[in-house]
Design a protein around this ligand. Sequence first.
Ligand code: NDP
Length: 451
Amino acid sequence: MDTFAKKYVDGFIADLIARNPGEAEFHQAVQEVAFSLVPYLEDNPYLIDQKILERIAEPERIIIFRVPWTDDRGVIRINRGFRVQCNSALGPYKGGIRFHASVNLSIMKFLAFEQTFKNSLTTLPMGGAKGGSDFNPRGKSDAEVMRFCQSFMTELSKHIGQDTDVPAGDIGVGGREIGYLFGQYKRLRNEFTGTLTGKGLAWGGSLLRPEATGYGLCYFTESMLATRGKSFSGQTVLVSGSGNVAQYAAQKAMRLGAKVVSMSDSDGCIYDPDGLDEEKMSFIFELKNIRRGRIREYADRYPGATYYPGKRPWDIPCDIALPCATQNEICEEDAGKLVANGCYCVAEGANMPSTPEAAAVFHNARILYSPGKASNAGGVATSGLEMSQNSVRQHWTAEEVDKNLRRIMSEIHEACLKYGTEEDGYVNYVKGANIAGFIKVAGAMMDQGIV
Ligand code: NDP
């Protein structure tokens, strides 16, 4: 029989869907969190009376704006910009900016909602936000990307600031874009502050910020593996994506002794049965970050590898899968194949890469499975460390940043164990991360009144 908390969550979700029609990704993200909170709400019914879930699921502010710019042929282009400021109970809004053709309000809201819990898990003082545009940087010249970034920031600058909202990168927004965004912000506001993170090292960036999401993912995975007496050593690993998170996840997994046999982009995936090595990694860094090429070129360079157009890597046998591309990139069928082929650990580098059906397959198979909000939190955590360094106008060493990153990932893992360990000893990392992240945000909201 359904408990009162389960009935409440059912009603809450029905209202949310009616109130936010057509926002499938947002519904998915909220449902995942809300249902895993049922046992906690059962024990803390005052949170239901206080309408904490309803409040968290209603962003504090959403800004939608026109981004006009001119391409290299002189043609006027119009994109749509977004900033969803979801929750500021724990600190200034913080979350990345995504430039991708698929960006819409639903995706922005799901990412801002997830970010709120992720930032809470880091234990650093950061609220949750996300932004972006349906601008597609693929095939654009540097000058076009710069003009777009300047136009985007001309509006966004009115809504952000070092104590208000501190954006960072995400899909399609790396060092180049952060540079152009920062330059325009500085010009408009006439101030040099840490309002964006992911900055270049010479102008306020933190050592290890580019590596942080991928490295943090591997540190978190190490902790997961340790619960079963295992490590990366000798394990076969699938990585999807070939962007920022994927590159550094692959590099760190390889350096920890794993054989990383796949990477991908939106056109297809490569399978290299011999695994990546330092030389192959250098090729990928140069290919993706300097030449901005496609992953298929890896198979031209290394004939031992095969390129599969239009495919994701999930039917390749592996021990560990690190999805690092985008949301909903592992469906139920993919999850079934992974488990059937012996995969016993899935740690998410991307945000919400597994559909709810895929997550259910992992849970039912009792494999190690962590949600992005826990395992990819190293990126925003290191952005938090960049903010601290900017505030005190200091530069920490790579060792110092890495030590903090390892500590934070280990503490997030501990929090997942604390709130996610079930009666039979199985660790439900989704439940653990959601409850641990929620408790802090809910407590701060209660303290701050109905605002
Ligand atoms: P990048 O833009 O650097 O790389 C994204 C990669 O994923 C590219 O290889 C891209 O291929 C591929 N990809 C993007 N969209 C799709 C799609 N629809 N189907 C298949 N492949 C796709 O982004 P990041 O590495 O920064 O981000 C990857 C994921 O990690 C995202 O979910 C992001 O939200 C998450 N994340 C990122 C953090 C960060 O610090 N950067 C922090 C925490 C989470 P292509 O080149 O063809 O587009």
